[in-house]
Design a binder for this molecule. Sequence first.
Ligand code: BGC
Length: 815
Amino acid sequence: MEKYEIAHREFVRSISPECMVLLKSDGSFPLTEPGKIALYGNGARKTVKGGTGSGDVNVRSFVNVEEGLKNAGFTITSNTWLDGYDKVWGEANALFQGELRDMMAREGLGGLLKCIGAIMPEPEYELPFDGEGDTAVYILSRNSGEGADRSVKKGDFLLTDAEIRDILLLEEKYERFMLALNVGGVVDLSPVAERVSNILVLSQLGISIGDAFADVLLGRSYPSGKLTTTWSTWDDYCHVGDFAELDDTNYREGIYVGYRYFDTVGKKPIFPFGHGLSYTKFEINNVKASLSGSAVNISANVKNVGSHPGKEVVQIYVSSPEGRLDQPYKTLASFAKTKDLTPGGEEVIDLSFDMRSLSSFDEENLCDILEGGKYVLHIGTSSADTKAFSVVELDNDTIIQRLHDVGGKPDFKDYIPECKQRLTNIDNLPILKLFSENIEEMIPITPKIDEAALDLARSLPDNDLALLCTGAYNGGAGSNSVIGNAGITVAGAAGETTGIFRDIGIPALIMADGPAGIRISPQYGVDEDGIYAIGNAISPELLEIIPPQILEFLGLKQGSKERHGVIHDQYCTAIPIGTAMAQSFNESLCEATGDMVAREMERFGVNIWLAPAMNIHRLPLCGRNFEYYSEDPLLSGKIAAAITRGVEKHPSCGVSIKHFCVNNQETNRMNNSSNVSQRALRDIYLKGFRIVVDEASPSTIMSSYNLLNGEHISERYDLLETLLREEWGYSGIVMSDWVTGNHKKPTDKYDGAYAAPSIKAGNDLMMPGTPMHHENLLGAINAPEAKHPITRENLERCAARMIKLAWSKTKNKKI
Ligand code: BGC
């Protein structure tokens, strides 16, 4: 292992406990020393470090829970059970792989796409408990990933019969028992939540997960994360809207996502948003609030009143007045985490937010407004555990920003709950008066296209402009597969922009996936034909079962030619999955992690990291929720902004915040229309993206596959030019998601997205770039007969932005 690998492993180990959420605790943990421990559960050995698909990171090795406990000096007493489970799993997996192979043989490429997201359902079994000692741990794992949504089935969202039976038995059998959830998202804990006394969301923490778990068990470290999503049974979530429909998914629930729904209708979830315990206890008092302009400043004293060290996350929620616009019961407005507090230690913590961040989109008048009235401030440690402490009273309705009619419209009106929880006991709260005239209206400055870049673009022929606006598909020595590893220069990278203009000062930009670290080939070889990837971006299990003709079609070249030459390593570090990063509620930790990722980008020559992924956890079944942060847009935006700052402070590195936008399910993701009102679009689904644009200037944004109200995102001028550039002042580029275009199945209602209308709409780059994209563009320039005609100016504008980006991310500045 190289020095950087060891250092980065240690770094990930040190931050991991902040990403774990202690849901229940009876004081049995931490243990005082390592000893005998009985270890059970499907995740004990097959610990999931992060989900599947493009979000998976190829590591040299990672420490699973069993190894982590052994490293820490524990003696594992349940080996018979663990070996027995391996056997059960092996048999179930063989059957499952057989089913996938049959499906691929039947359905060809379509079958392969289904296989990419397919996860083996957890088998049922009966194995005797053999573990000695008085302490037991049960690691329950779930996996999911790109290409498929989760299901409300046993072994996925639901626990299996075997899991429920065993967890409850173990709770009785052992003096100290902990259920640790090695999951990327919610599982229905209703059968065990009441009876099990110690439950930890271990989450999926990347490379050091086993060691970090042992640290926490032994109190060498402590969990301090909070849930970023409400945990409950499937039936408890808001089901007014659709989920996982094939053609049209109607977001009828409007703004009632996650805790906004639970709190407003007064429904108690199993574990609320923001919840997370410590080994210790905290008291929050001496809460003060003041106003300066439209900024609300709050301070509170947090004291550790227990007997272990810990960190607490203080959360501020606001109930907005209900005037013309419907409002949820309360909304997260700010959060802050204490430093490490030893028993008896205290800290005055400062929080602040701008009242303008609470504005809502007024569809009738096309503006963000704050309605006049009383804004009640609550402080607490979860959305369900808060105390109102102050009121900001705004004298009049106030326009925060004038906006446009963007995103189209669905054919329904958003849901408004009939029966809403009401605020009580607010009459005696201190009031801070805010006057409309003290709130500054936001006037955007639309960035200009760089003149020098535009001049250069204007001097190039059509063909070159088209090449600049499509990824480098044209051969090369690396893998030219289109699925997630189309990179040429860096083996196993997701793709790159064209390098053929290097001589005129426009170098290629290399792009690699995230968000749980950098996804490239762990090794590559160099022979007379150039570089080739070793250890593919596709999982070995999947590679094994893909029929040769499909492999060839995908350009995976596996087995097609014996390659040799010198082998090089490029091992990257798997960091905690997106949801786990957000569970830290710690912006500086996230920034430091972004910085670590960027150091690996520099080492391996990657310019653009295809992360952070920041779609909203609209419902817990989205197969990629583990990559995303939260059901709350403020938290998503702040965490993504922090990670972005960490990456972008390295001059040659940039991010691609994705998937912009309303890409909240995997089912038919390329041809599904998310039908959303403009209010919900702006106040829930776009708000996080805007925070990143405002606070961290990301270099690139990835448009998502799906449609919004019947039009593909990459083809929506109103979103990409009017909203992003004009209203938000975004100055970076927009690229498509991979192989966007022409993917209409006979059963699909909607057509795929095309390169030409995407360029016209301000989607500057088609990735990873295919001949189809290039031809589509060339055939559309000044061609009124084309399906989607474009002008040369459309292409020059996008090409100029690409040139500017290449200049800014490479040392090879203008000629
Ligand atoms: C995913 C993206 C990813 C890209 C490149 C797509 O299938 O949706 O998140 O960045 O592939 O691998």
